[in-house]
Each structure stands twice: as C-alpha cells, then as structure tokens.
Design a binder for this molecule. Structure first.
Ligand code: PD2
Ligand code: ZN
Length: 299
C-alpha cells in the first residue's frame, strides 16, 4: 500500500475471473482525480487481492486516458499541498514558523509519525475557544463507518461540538496558523472540534481514518476524501489524567494547555501504528480541540 485509500477487499473480492464493476471504475476515477499515481493504485489493488489482468483492465492506458485530469492544487495560505500534511523538520529545528507564531517542537517520532508542539496556542486563545464552545456542547458522536452516519459511542464519553471553518476571527486565526504549521490548506481541514471530558470520561483507543472495509466509508469519503492526519490541541489541563496515548508504542502525551499533538497516517491501516486514545480524566476537566486534515477540499 502507498498513499492511497485502500481498494476494499470486501467489496471487490479476489476471484478467478474478476469483472471490473462500475463501482471499481468509479473508485479508480476518483483516485486518479485526487492525483494518486498509477503505480500507487496498482499496489492498492494488489494489496486488496486483485489479479494482474484485472489491474491492467482497470488501470491500463485506455482507463487512464478516460479518467479526468487531477485538479490543480488548491492555493491556501500554506501554498499547494504536498504529499502529506506535516511540519518541515529538517535540521532538527527547535521551532517551526506558523506565520504569526514560532511554535516549539518538543518531540518527534517517525513510526508512528508524531510531533508534539509547545506553545501552539496562547492561554487567551484556549480560553476563547472554550468560551465559544461551552454553550454548544452535546454528548459526542462518532462517525459510523457501518452506515456513513453518526452515532453515540460508549467508547467516547466526552461532550463536544464543531465550529464551522472560519466562523469567528479566533477560529480563523487558529486555522490559518495550523495550515501554515502543517503545510496543508485550510480548505482541506474539517471544522475545529472541541471536546470536554468530565472526571471519568475518556476516549478509548481508536484510529481516526475511516476503515476502507466498512460499508459506509465510500459515502463519508465523498466529502473531502480520507483523513490523513490529526492535530489535537489541549485547551485546559485536567487536574490529573487525560493524556493522549499511543498504545502500540507506549507513548503518552501530557495534556498541557497550549500544546498540540500531531500524527499522520499515509494509509488507512493499523500498520501506521496510529492507534490512539484519550486516557480517563481522573480529576478536573480536560478540554481539547481536534483538527482533522483530509486528502482534498472538505466543502
Ligand atoms: O481528547 C483526546 O485526547 C483525544 C484522543 C484521541 C481525541 C481524539 N482521539 C479524537 O478527537 O479523535
Ligand atoms: Zn482520535
């Protein structure tokens, strides 16, 4: 697998004779339109169990010629998107320029790809986001990949809300800073989500990408494509507990106010080691903002 959404092996199972369904043709056209390479798509299909003749039929010269051209990259404040969201970290930088702020680099990890940022938001910005969200909180839902809808989830006991992108000067400023920091256009991000965890609340370990094997995922992906990366920013520290955990690698990030934890996943697969959770809050209240970055414009 490469940087593409996986061709679901459940909907396109490997057989002796593999007809190219309209659904597969659509998937190929969407992936090409999103700018994924022919080589990457071939690897995705191989990984999903397709045989070479079916891959050639789906991705040969005739199919490629019939597909729409990839769109011109969107020019956001961070410039055109690169392959993956993420900060430039060459030369073991201590700070990353986020436009209106020099953000500290506190920790980097390669696999999973994790970066912890210090001083990403000021105390006033954290308080402003909490104040704007407080009256709009509701028990958190999670996106249901089984149906493409949303549902209450016992694994997630926080309250939450979403700001619309750019809905206030503060939200806009924070989003522009994130776009510069991670070199990913504002338009490719979901609205900022705010979560509040009361004592005992937690978010059990999960992946943030949409599981390609689930039947509701194609519906979800129509709006902006796959999630590629997550940035969580702590707005208020719990008195105790509430760290962000990465169980595959034994990492726990302390939820210090103004600090951000970024992680990216170049494929929607557990091999990215991006299983992560919000540890139970043991005392006080934890508030966190989450920004998810998509493959394409999230309109
Ligand atoms: O609140 C957190 O620490 C947390 C942990 C894991 C939030 C999310 N995931 C999320 O919003 O996806
Ligand atoms: Zn998560």
């Amino acid at each position: 697998m490469t940087d593409t959404q996986q061709a679901s092996s459940s909907s396109h199972s490997a057989q002796a004779s593999q007809p190219i369904s309209p659904e597969l043709r659509r998937w190929v056209a969407e992936q090409m339109a999103a700018g994924h390479s022919n080589t990457a798509l071939r690897q995705s299909m191989r990984d999903a169990g397709w045989m070479q003749d079916a891959i050639d039929a789906a991705l040969g010269p005739a199919a490629v010629a019939a597909a729409p051209a990839p769109p011109a990259p969107a020019a956001g404040p961070a410039g055109p998107p690169t392959q993956e969201p993420g900060p430039p970290l060459e030369g073991a930088a201590l700070y990353v320029d986020a436009g209106d702020r020099q953000v500290q680099v506190l920790l980097t990890m390669k696999h999973p790809r994790v970066v912890v940022f210090g001083d990403l938001l000021s105390d006033e910005e954290c308080e402003g986001l909490i104040a704007g969200a407080r009256e709009r909180l509701a028990r958190s839902l999670t996106v249901e990949t089984k149906t493409g809808g949303e549902a209450l989830n016992v694994d997630r006991t926080s309250d939450g809300m979403f700001f619309t992108r750019g809905e206030s000067p503060l939200v806009q400023r924070v989003e522009e800073r994130i776009a510069r920091l991670l070199h990913w256009p504002v338009e490719f991000g979901e609205g900022l989500q705010i979560l509040r965890y009361a004592p005992g609340a937690q978010y059990r370990p999960h992946y943030d990408y949409f599981d390609p094997a689930e039947p509701g995922t194609p519906t979800i992906l129509r709006r902006g494509g796959q999630r590629l990366a997550t940035l969580g920013i702590y707005l208020q520290e719990a008195g105790q507990g509430g760290g962000t955990t990465f169980p595959d690698v034994g990492l726990e990030v302390a939820p210090r106010r103004g600090t951000g934890v970024f992680f990216s996943y170049d494929r929607p697969d557990p091999s990215t080691r991006t299983l992560h959770g919000g540890a139970p809050v043991l005392a006080g209240e934890k508030w966190v903002a989450t920004k998810w970055l998509r493959e394409r414009e999230f309109a």
